[in-house]
Every structure is written in C-alpha cells, then in structure tokens.
Design a protein around this ligand. Structure first.
Ligand code: ARG
Length: 469
C-alpha cells in the first residue's frame, strides 16, 4: 500500500492512520513533557558519545547540540509547539530537531531507543527532585531544632493511648519528629544510589551493535555507573517504587505530625497557637480558625501511599522487557514529587511560627497523675519491689481521684499512710520539673539531655548541602 500516514511514528510499517482516539489515548506528551530538559540533556550526552565513537561527524554533533540548545530555550520560554501527533516528549523533541537541522537530526536516535531514553529521563528527573526534596526536609528539620531549643524546658504531658502518661518537655516531643525525618532522609539518600545508575545504551532491550561508550555517557550525565543488564535497565521501575515508598513514609510522618497539631489547636487541648497565615476561617462560623495546612497535609498523605500501590500494581505482572504499561509510571511519580515538595515546604514555613501555650500545657501535665511512675520509682529507690510500689501508688492515685487532687497536692501524712518509706523529699519527685529532669539518660526528656540531642543533631545536619551555616 502506498497510502500511508506520513505523520505517524514508524510510519512505513503502517498502512492505516492511527485511530484519532487511540492517538490521544496512547500519547504521553501532555505529562511527560515535564522531563523535556532531562531528555535534552540525555540526547546531548548521547550525541557526544556517538561522535566520539565515529558514528557522527563533529559537524553533525555540533548541529545536534546547537539544535537541542535552541529547543531547550524554546521550551523554557513556552515557545515550543507540543503535538499529540508526536506521541511523547522524546518524539516531539526529535521531530523539532530534524525541522531545525535536517538530516543530522535523524541520526540522533542511532544506537538508542525510547525505552532506554525514557528510563534515563526519569532517573535524571528523579535524581534532581530527590535533591530538592532533601533540601526542603533539611529546612523543616532545622526549624524543628530551633523550636526544640527554645522549648527545651517547656513541660507538657506525654501521652500513651491518648491518655496523659508522664510529663515530658515540648522540646523532646519536637525532637521525636526530628528523628523521624532523619530516618526519612536516610531512606531518600539510600534510594538515590539506586536511581543514579544509567540505563542509556540498553536501547530497546538487547543493547546495540554500535561500539558505544557507556562510561562516557554515564560520566557526562553524572551517573555513578552504567547499568549492568540491558533487559533490566529498560523495564524495571523499582527505583521509582522505592522512591514512592520513601515518600509514603515521609507523608505518613507528616500526617502524624499534622494530627497532633490539629488536636493541639483545638479548644479541648489548647496546647498551641498556629500562625494565622497557615489557617483559614469558616464561611459561616465567624469564630472559626481552622488548621487547614496540617489537615490538608494529613489528607494528602493518602494519595502518596496510593501512588506507591499504583506503581507496585503497574509493575508486578510485566514480563521482561519494556511494556507500554510503564508509561503509566509518570503521573503517580510526578504527583508524589509535587505533593512531597509542597507539604514539606508548607511545614518548613509553618513550624517556626508555632507558639506553645505553656501554661495550658503545664496545667494538662498536672492533671492525670503524670508523676505516678516517679512515685513508684521513688519507692523502689527506698527499697520496695516495683510491683509493690505500683500497688501503693495505685492507692495514692485513688485518693487523689476521690479528693480531686494531684499526687503532689497530697499531704506528707496522707502519703505516709500508704508507705512509711515516703519522706519530705518525695515532693521534688512528684513535681513535673523533677520528673522530667530525672530522665537524663540518652534519649530521655530532661531539658539538658534535649539540649544535648539538639547539639548532636545540628552537627549531623551540617554536612548536608542545604546547611546555610
Ligand atoms: N512514552 C513512553 C513511556 O513513557 C516512551 C517509551 C515508548 N517506547 C515504546 N516502545 N513505545 O514509556
């Protein structure tokens, strides 16, 4: 047949034009154009390598490089004419290059395929986004350290089962969040190592018959090394799944963090004041100040976990090597990146403005017999077995409940009724300050220990790029 659609990709193979709906249905340009600059970067490295091995002349290489440079500017300036007919970002750029420089443009695809090209683009893209995310996380971590330092002595109740358990310091609580983010950072850095491997050269699936220099392209693109197996390189998206898993954990942490902020701003807790700039009012209730930012972040954690599951499902049944299924990897991945950056940014901006309501926190710590364990430990120090001490304190708590007094408000004589071992020194133990100050081992809530933890954490953060100090 001669009546072929000349616009169609690999057109000579086809006798019929693509169905108009199928053309749109199979196209990815609307979303993968986001990787345009990475696609150009990859093509530039590929062209340089092809020239070095003698596949392109110097002139062809230079034409390709300047053509790609121009395309890069057109895209950056919003002048590029994206076409669904060209299916994806790769074909759009190649077609424009051929428009601009003629035959040399048609030589760029020698020894490569869109399969290794797209795998390379995603890795280049994700690599820089991981750096961006890590920076926002560091900013949030720094904000937490600063607030923790200011609030190292601020007493609040610590909870288990959302019931008042023992007094802690607000600084200590903030440092718990900090620790979660440290592990999140480690996960990101670890997954970065596996992102940073170069698939280019795997071509469609089996490599290429040209004597390509993969070390050269890997070096030009700052990858740690070329990938080891061509089939694996073009097909697996485990690095993206791993990233989404790390992202889901980050969001899970931010969601827990949000949940606490939301509870704490409520009139029932009244532990903190949230900056007005991060809250909104109600359209009907004039008195309302809603903690929208943490609520939204808590809500958004769901979609990131959803993206993780999407990618796992996308991958799990694919035979080697590349399948078109993989085109579906991008939207979940991009949305994960956007959500992470936006949520981390909102938190990093908001945390410095969180104001604890110290009196209210203190009052809450006073209720709920938060120093009961301290009294039991005191009796143990006086020679009583812990189980017996537990019993004695239970009785004292019962008296407190019936007479509506905290343990520290019971008389010495009353306490001595429960155990003659109790002396005047018990009141230091029953005070909130005494309780927190006594927990001064590594990982404890004592103000000095918290300050030490902050100091150690600051030193550990120093090696990160985002460190402005
Ligand atoms: N748009 C495709 C993707 O995102 C690019 C690779 C296409 N390869 C192919 N053999 N159809 O995966």
């Amino acid at each position: 047949m001669t009546n072929v659609n000349t616009e169609k990709l690999s057109s000579a193979r086809f006798a019929e034009a693509t169905d108009a709906f199928v053309e749109v249905f199979t196209a990815s340009v609307d979303f993968d154009k986001r990787m345009a600059q990475q696609d150009i970067q990859g093509s530039m490295a590929h062209a340089k390598m092809l020239c070095k091995i003698g596949v392109l002349t110097d002139k062809e290489r230079d034409d390709i490089l300047s053509g790609l440079e121009k395309i890069s500017t057109e895209i950056a300036e919003g002048q590029f004419n994206w076409s669904v007919k060209q299916e994806d970002v790769h074909m759009n750029i190649e077609a424009r290059l051929t428009d601009l420089i003629g035959i040399a443009g048609k030589k760029l695809h020698t020894g490569r395929s869109r399969n290794d090209q797209v795998a390379t683009d995603i890795r280049l893209y994700l690599r820089s986004e991981v750096e961006h995310i890590a920076k926002e996380m560091t900013r949030l971590q720094r904000a937490l350290l600063n607030l923790a330092e200011q609030e190292a002595d601020t007493i609040m109740p610590g909870f288990t089962h959302l019931q008042v358990a023992q007094p802690i310091t607000f600084g200590h609580h903030l440092m718990a969040w900090f620790e979660m983010l440290c592990r999140d950072q480690e996960r990101l850095q670890d997954c970065y190592k596996r992102i940073n491997v170069m698939p280019l050269g795997a071509a469609a699936l089996a490599g290429t018959s040209y004597p390509i220099d993969r070390h050269m392209t890997a070096e030009l693109l700052h990858f740690s090394r070329p990938s080891a197996n061509s089939l694996d390189s073009v097909s697996d998206r485990d690095f993206a799944i791993e990233f989404c898993a790390a992202g889901s954990l980050i969001m899970m942490h931010l969601s827990r963090f949000s949940e606490e902020l939301i509870l704490w701003t409520s009139a029932q807790f009244d532990f903190i004041d949230m900056p007005d700039a991060f809250c909104t009012g109600s359209s009907i209730m004039p008195q309302k100040k809603n903690p929208d930012v943490p609520e939204l972040v808590r809500g958004k954690s769901g979609r990131v976990t959803g993206h993780l599951i999407s990618l796992l499902m996308l991958m799990k049944s694919q035979p080697l090597a590349y399948n078109k299924d993989n085109q579906e990897d991008k939207e979940p991945l991009f949305d994960t990146v956007d959500t992470l950056i936006n949520c981390l940014r909102a938190f990093a901006d908001m945390v410095p403005h969180i104001k604890p309501k110290k009196a209210s926190m203190y009052k809450a710590a006073k209720q709920g017999f938060a120093t009961a364990t301290d009294l039991a430990d005191y009796l143990v120090r006086k020679g009583m077995a812990f189980r017996d001490a537990h019993e004695v304190v239970g009785q004292a708590v019962r008296l407190g409940i019936t007479t509506q007094r905290d343990l520290s408000e019971l008389d010495l004589a009353e306490l001595q009724n429960f155990s003659p071992a109790i002396g005047e020194d018990v009141f230091q133990v029953l005070s909130l300050e005494g309780s927190v100050a006594s927990r001064k081992h590594i990982g404890g809530t004592a103000p000095d220990t918290v300050r030490q933890a902050i100091h150690t954490a600051r030193k550990a953060l120093k090696h990160l790029d985002a460190d402005p100090d």
